[in-house]
Structure formats: structure tokens, C-alpha cells
Design a binder for this molecule. Structure first.
Ligand code: GAP
Length: 457
């Protein structure tokens, strides 16, 4: 587990420009976050890496980019309108509102409450004297359901006919396009269809920075296969997801699979597992991988009236495919990657540095160009111009060279190129490695070749 306090680590992300509180100059908007110049580069890098692994390098798969607003019948078919609810209750004394399951989990971390209905949750709260974390009272209302979808209106009238929802997951854009995609790609099963984009949930208790937000980015794949082959593919994608997390440089000891108990499984799911990471605040779900059987396609077929079955040309059978869904929150992947990379190291006797050991391909800047003197500006900018056509670069000419190295270490820049007076004589520069702090001398003409191999693989 990270040896660092979550507040300390996240404070570093904020002060160095990975993340900012949303609408900060207006006092913020609770639990909204904006990615700054550094965070948005990391975000793009991880998304690109996911697209590469799950689409480019997976010949069975394709990607789409589906709309956020969908026909509201979609959410009736999926059950989100009737069941995408949080069980809420209020403290009658201090009027604070809580989620019943979270209230129990905080005070009874070992209690097995998975699968309990609202009545059973309420019984647990009463029988175990669960207390209001705010005032210590035990005087709660009954549990009420609160739908987590954000509602808005389409067009100029605001009546019930114009209601639309901001999608609470990206997956449904895939299911409703299943027929279109098979027809236009002329693919056979198995086929994985990926969709990435914003999802919205009116979470009652968001928190832990970007771990739980009301607006977040999901990267989901719906992998359709022949019924009976689903558990084989479930294992296959579980492994691919874990490989992906390992490629982000995450320490093995901070990762685990958590298989859902039968009581926890959605009624349509044959198997579900989460990849969890040990955040500085404890274990948290990063990736959910589920065998959703034929539930979604069958529901959409019923609600839309469009048959969504598949004719298998190999067996001449018609069936509704089963679906394996690895679903991951990009913001959680980023938070995990940043927490995992953060370190503080002693250098020599009286010095120390903050260093982000980001995998080079994920780092916001691959290389920093540092002129030793302002007089070397022209040469240094020439070097930056050459490198910037191949990779992200940053230029820094303020402060001592030692301070500038520390600044780059603290944001994870894997290499610094220093231009000095010898550069003017022999066109060579010094390259410093972030992790080893070792320096070597290279010709400017060899820089691109040397760095590209190191920062893109
Ligand atoms: N289509 C299935 C689905 O949406 P989920 O377990 O509700 O399943 C999948 O969400 C992933 O989306 C989670 O593992 C998590 O990484 C991310 N996620 C869910 N709610 C989130 C939130 N409020 N803030 C940030 N990420 C969230």
C-alpha cells in the first residue's frame, strides 16, 4: 500500500497541475474535478493505451462513439428507471442524509450485507445500534429509494414527454447498435464492441477525489459470444484486464480480484469479478468484469420490438448471444496510476525529492528541455522544436539546474535534456534519466531515436 497519506498525495496532484477542483473561483461545485495540463495528457495516454489493447490489438473487436442522450425507453428496458436507486435514510435529529449500506459498512466493516434488501438493511441498523456519524443519534427515517440518473429535457417544453436522461453507463450505446454493427462490419461472433465516454450518476456520497464522481468517463466493452462459451471468454478478458493494469506499472501487491458472492450477483449475471486496487484510503473497485448472459439484448428486443438474435452460419442456429462486459472508469485508472507513481526519496544525507515514477508512455511530458543559461535559448528552442514533432515536451529556463530537475521529477518527466555551452561547439547535449538520475551525453541528431524507444514502449 502507498506509504503516503491520501490528502498529501492528492494535494501534490492539485498543486502541480494534474487536477483542479471544478469551478474553483466560484467556490467549486461539490466533487467536480477538471484535469489540468498534466492530468489531461495522462488521461489521453491511458485512453489511447486502452483503445490499442482492446481494439487495435484485439482483432475480434471494434470501437464506436455513441451519444450521451438516448431514447428514454432504453433506460426502461435496462431497468435503470425502476431500479437504479440508492437506499437513502435521514437522521431525524441532525437531518443528515446517508446511504444505508455505506452507513453499515463504515461501522461494521466485517458485516456481510451483500444482497440484503431495504427491510433487512433497516433491521440491521436497528438491531446493531448503528449510529449517525454526524451527531451520534440512532433516530433514523425508513429507507427511501433515490434514482441516480440525471434528468433533463429535450427541446423547449419541460413536460414528462420531453424527459431524457444523461446516460449512467456507456454500455447501452453498444447494445442498441448491435444490429447496425454486425450488418455494417459483416463480422461474425465472437465480437467485442467498445465505447468510451462520459457517464453521469447523481451519487449521494461522492468522494475520495476522482474515485467517485457524478460525471466520469467510462471505457466499456461488450463482448458477444455463443452461449456456453461465455465463461471461457470471461476468464480470457479477466486476464487481459489485469495485464492492462500491470502495463500501467501498478505494483502487483496492491491489486486483487474480488469475485462477487452469489448473493451479490445481479439476477441476470452468471459471474462478476472486480479488479481492486489498494488506494491510500483502502481497497477500491477499479474494473468490473461481468458475464451479463443474454439479458441486455433480450430486454432491448422486447422493448424495441426489433429482434436482436444472431444467425450462426457455422451451425445454422439462431440464438441471442451472451455478453461479457469489462467496464472500467478512466478516472479511477488515472487516480490509481498517479497514487502508484508517487514517491518521496532521500538523495544523499540532507536532500530529498518527490518523484512520480510514471511509466514513460503515460508521462505528461516525455522530455524537458533545459538551457543551462538564458544565453542558450536559441539552441535549446531548436532542440525542443525537433523533439516536439515526435513527443510531448516542456521547456524550463528558470532556477538552478538542480531545481529544474526536481520540478520535472515531481511531475514524472522521464528525461531531461540539458543544453550547455559545449552544445554550441559539438552539438551534443546531456540526457538525465528521472529514475536513475544518471546522465549521458548524446548528439542532437541521435536524440529522437534514443528517446522514442524509451518513451513509447
Ligand atoms: N455497465 C456496467 C457498469 O457501469 P459499474 O460497476 O456501475 O458497472 C463500472 O461501473 C466502472 O465504472 C467501475 O468499476 C468504476 O471504475 C467506474 N465508476 C462507476 N461509478 C463511478 C463514479 N461515480 N465515479 C467514477 N467512476 C465510477
Amino acid at each position: 500500500m502507498s506509504k503516503f497519506d491520501f490528502d498529501k498525495v492528492t494535494n501534490h496532484f492539485i498543486t502541480s497541475g494534474f487536477l483542479y477542483q471544478g469551478s474553483e473561483i466560484y467556490g467549486g461545485l461539490s466533487n467536480t474535478w477538471d484535469y489540468g495540463p498534466l492530468g489531461s495528457e495522462v488521461k489521453r495516454n491511458i485512453e489511447k493505451m486502452w483503445w490499442k489493447k482492446f481494439i487495435q490489438e484485439s482483432p475480434t473487436n471494434v470501437g464506436i462513439d455513441a451519444a450521451i442522450l438516448m431514447n428514454p425507453k432504453v433506460w426502461e428496458a435496462t431497468g435503470h428507471v425502476s431500479t437504479f436507486n440508492d437506499p437513502l435514510l435521514d437522521c431525524k435529529d441532525c437531518k443528515m442524509r446517508f446511504r444505508a449500506d455505506q452507513l453499515i459498512e463504515k461501522q461494521f466493516p466485517d458485516a456481510d450485507i451483500a444482497g440484503l434488501n431495504d427491510e433487512q438493511l433497516m433491521d440491521f441498523i436497528r438491531n446493531n445500534d448503528v449510529k449517525c456519524p454526524n451527531c451520534g443519534g440512532t433516530n433514523f427515517t425508513d429507507i427511501r429509494k433515490f434514482n441516480m440518473m440525471f434528468k433533463t429535457h429535450i427541446g423547449v417544453t419541460e413536460d414528462s414527454k420531453s424527459v431524457v436522461y444523461l446516460r449512467p453507463e456507456t454500455a447501452q450505446g453498444v447494445f442498441v447498435n448491435f444490429k447496425n454493427i454486425l450488418r455494417t462490419t459483416r463480422r461474425k461472433l465472437p465480437i467485442g464492441i467498445c465505447n468510451v465516454g462520459k457517464a453521469f450518476r447523481n451519487e449521494i456520497t461522492p468522494g475520495q477525489m476522482t474515485f467517485r464522481m457524478r460525471e466520469f468517463t467510462q471505457m466499456e466493452m461488450e463482448f458477444f459470444c455463443k452461449p456456453g462459451e461465455d465463461l471461457k471468454w470471461f476468464d480470457f478478458w479477466k486476464k487481459r484486464c489485469l495485464d492492462f493494469v500491470a502495463d500501467l506499472g501498478i505494483k502487483k501487491e496492491d491489486l486483487r480480484f474480488r469475485d462477487h458472492e452469489p448473493a451479490e450477483l445481479a439476477f441476470y449475471s452468471k459471474a462478476t469479478t472486480d479488479i481492486e486496487y489498494r488506494f491510500p484510503f483502502g481497497w477500491g473497485e477499479v474494473w468490473g468484469i461481468a458475464d451479463r448472459t443474454d439479458y441486455d439484448l433480450k430486454r432491448h428486443a422486447t422493448y424495441s420490438g426489433e429482434p436482436l438474435d444472431y444467425f450462426d452460419p457455422e451451425t445454422n442456429e439462431k440464438y441471442v448471444p451472451f455478453c461479457i462486459e469489462p467496464s472500467v472508469g478512466l478516472d479511477r485508472l488515472i487516480l490509481m496510476t498517479l497514487c502508484n507513481a508517487y514517491d518521496e526519496e532521500a538523495i544523499g544525507e540532507n536532500d530529498s525529492r518527490i518523484v512520480m515514477h510514471l511509466v514513460p508512455s503515460l508521462a505528461p511530458y516525455k522530455v524537458a528541455v533545459l538551457p543551462l543559461s538564458k544565453k542558450l535559448e536559441e539552441k535549446a528552442q531548436e532542440v525542443q522544436k525537433i523533439l516536439s514533432t515526435y513527443m510531448t515536451t516542456v521547456y524550463d529556463d528558470t532556477g538552478s539546474i538542480g531545481k529544474r530537475y526536481r520540478r520535472q521529477d515531481a511531475i514524472g518527466t522521464p528525461y531531461c535534456v540539458t543544453v550547455d555551452f559545449n552544445t554550441l561547439e559539438d552539438s551534443s547535449v546531456t540526457i538525465r534519466d528521472r529514475d536513475t538520475m544518471q546522465q549521458i551525453r548524446l548528439q542532437i541528431t541521435d536524440l529522437e531515436k534514443y528517446l522514442s524507444v524509451k518513451v513509447f514502449y
